[in-house]
Design a protein around this ligand. Structure first.
Ligand code: ATP
Ligand code: GLA
Ligand code: MG
Length: 538
């Protein structure tokens, strides 16, 4: 799985057969528009997909493992580096960037100084996502080639089909494809997937959202036909996960709520606030459960202290002091942490800054500096109890889900009971997201209950929540019934275009991750399959 980002020689390397016709038209349209806008052909296309998360919600930034998979919808960046330098400022390179949806995402031109990429995270501007990929990629290029490295000018046309703010991570698809495009434009013949993912994780935070690492990992590493188990400690690791053969066969349906959840806009009261609450909970539990003076390890989480860091420290100290020779299983550790949290964090209405600072033995100013200065948050009280309970119990559900997948069903003629166990874990995740983590919304709750009544084994929000998308584990024979129920009871009440109605509920098959397609090598329409059927172009 690790290794270089693949260079696709044909669209068949990227998409499944059923998607090829539509995708080939889209790619050819992108390349033709590139020629029209810039008066020359693109040299290559960088591609990264969106993702749907199966289980493990809002725990990646606490450094617990998650199970997403890539989807077909993606971000494409067509690029050429042959940019006329006549009007570029001295000591600068030029970035011209346009979007096929030019009414929504207007074109821009930037002269960027060699030394630094300035990103104004106070404004909500689509090109910030490109710039964050650019900044991260240039840091890596400087590490490789020295500080005098001079970036190339680029002209770019973007086409993204992941719905923006729809919970399917259009942002990570965009940032990962941007970073990949910058690496290739600057002459990197091979781009290491782990390096690309790590830089995309850190650099996406420059747009003002303190996100974890699930989306970028799924976007870069996924392989067609498999979900992806992503773990973050001691370092980023991924492995493909297959679903066992079941009867009835299992299908994942993605259903849009059409409630746009823009994390940039609501960050101070939603996403970024949750990140702060989780780190504060880690610091608080460390202060009340570990010996005085214990420092949590500084880790790769957005605020450098995480619930996972507390988890490891707590049990390492317990084992050391009891002289235990055998470690407890991670499942029993998480069960113990759920019980300890319920006991030690007993204030259900939340904790003020003063109350937390007193327990951490620091001033409120120090607390603000450490936890709330990087990304502003708005809260009188921090719900440490609820957030820690969600994280530990969700981490446990991921382990249970994985062990079910590894066990395989016993009665292969009828796996209904096994399917229901998987679905039940998804339903428990939704309950916890709705009631404990408070990241659902009434529209998603409604879609979940409609789908369950129509035969879904398990239904829940996917991605950040507060709108966006839901995911449903549905027996193949019930897909039609679930789709019809959603249409009848939910979508018919909204004012949707034909295109939106079409995209509202889709069956999601695990897709492939990032790829580069070199146009230079193959002038003319994109190649669809040059291995099995001879070159066929659309
Ligand atoms: P989630 O993170 O919940 O999975 P998401 O990634 O789609 O959902 P955000 O993280 O809020 O949502 O990112 C959405 C932003 O990404 C948009 O507001 C826009 O700035 C940028 N973006 C996404 N798709 C495109 C696109 N096709 N063209 C230009 N900008 C885009
Ligand atoms: C967003 C973030 C991810 C993750 C999810 C919630 O998609 O970008 O890092 O935190 O929300 O699981
Ligand atoms: Mg996002």
């Amino acid at each position: 799985m690790a290794g270089p980002v693949p260079v696709a020689s044909s669209l068949s390397d990227i998409y499944t057969v059923d998607a090829i016709g539509t995708q080939a038209k889209r790619w050819n349209n992108l390349l033709a528009r590139f020629q029209t806008i810039y008066g020359q052909p693109a040299e290559f296309v960088a591609r990264s997909p969106g993702r749907v998360n199966i289980i493990g919600e809002h725990i990646d930034y606490s450094l617990y493992p998650v199970l997403p998979m890539a989807i077909t919808a993606d971000s494409l960046l067509a690029v050429s580096t042959k940019v006329a330098s006549t009007n570029t400022k001295e000591g600068h390179y030029k970035i011209k960037i346009a979007n096929v949806q030019d009414a929504k995402f207007p074109a821009h031109e930037f002269d960027i100084p060699y030394e630094a990429v300035d990103i104004d995270a106070t404004v909500h501007e689509w090109t910030n996502y490109f710039k964050s990929g650019l900044r991260g990629a240039l840091e890596l290029l400087r590490k490789k080639h020295g500080n005098d490295f001079e970036p190339k000018s680029m002209q770019i046309l973007m086409d993204g089909t992941v719905p923006a703010g729809g919970g399917l991570s259009s942002s990570a698809a965009f940032v990962s494809s941007s970073a990949l495009a910058v690496m290739v434009a600057n002459g990197e013949k091979t781009v290491d997937k782990t390096e690309l993912t790590e830089l995309a994780i850190v650099s996406e935070r420059a747009v003002g959202v303190n996100s974890g690492g699930m989306d970028q990992s799924a976007s870069v590493f996924s392989e067609r036909g498999s979900a992806l188990f992503v773990s973050f400690t001691p370092s980023l690791k991924v492995r493909p996960v297959s679903f066992p053969k079941t009867n009835p066969e299992l299908t994942f349906l993605i259903a849009q709520s059409f409630v746009t959840a823009d994390k940039f806009v609501t960050g101070p009261v939603h996403y970024n606030l949750r990140v702060v609450e989780c780190s504060l909970a880690a610091a608080y539990l460390n202060a009340v459960l570990n010996p005085p003076g214990t420092q949590l390890p500084s880790d790769a989480s957005p605020l450098s202290v995480s619930l996972h860091g507390f988890h490891e420290t707590y049990f390492a100290l317990q084992e050391h002091s009891s002289g235990a020779t055998k470690s407890k299983s991670t499942e029993s550790q998480l069960e113990e942490l759920v019980a300890l949290t319920a006991e030690k964090l007993d204030k259900r209405d939340g904790y003020t800054r003063e109350e937390i600072a007193a327990v951490l033995n620091i001033s409120v100013d120090e607390l603000n500096k450490k936890f709330t200065s990087r990304f502003p948050v708005r809260a009188e009280k921090f719900k440490l109890r609820q957030r820690a309970l969600h994280v530990f119990s969700e981490a446990l559900r991921v382990l249970k889900f994985m062990s079910l997948l590894e066990q395989q069903p016993t009665n292969t003629d009828d796996t209904s009971e096994y399917n229901a166990q998987l679905g039940d874990l998804l339903n428990q995740t939704q309950d916890s997201c709705r009631d404990v983590y408070e990241c659902s919304c009434k529209e998603i709750d409604e879609l979940c209950s409609i789908a369950r009544k129509a035969g879904s084994y398990g239904s829940r929000l996917t991605g950040a929540g507060w709108g966006g998308c839901s995911v449903h584990l549905v027996p193949a024979g019930k897909v039609k019934a679930v789709r019809e129920a959603c249409e009848r009871e939910y979508y018919s009440k909204l004012d949707l275009s034909e295109e939106q109605k079409e995209a509202a509920v889709v069956v999601s098959k695990p897709g492939s991750g990032s790829a580069v397609y070199l146009v230079d090598d193959k002038p003319g329409p994109v190649v669809v399959d040059d291995r099995d059927r001879g070159s066929e172009v659309y």
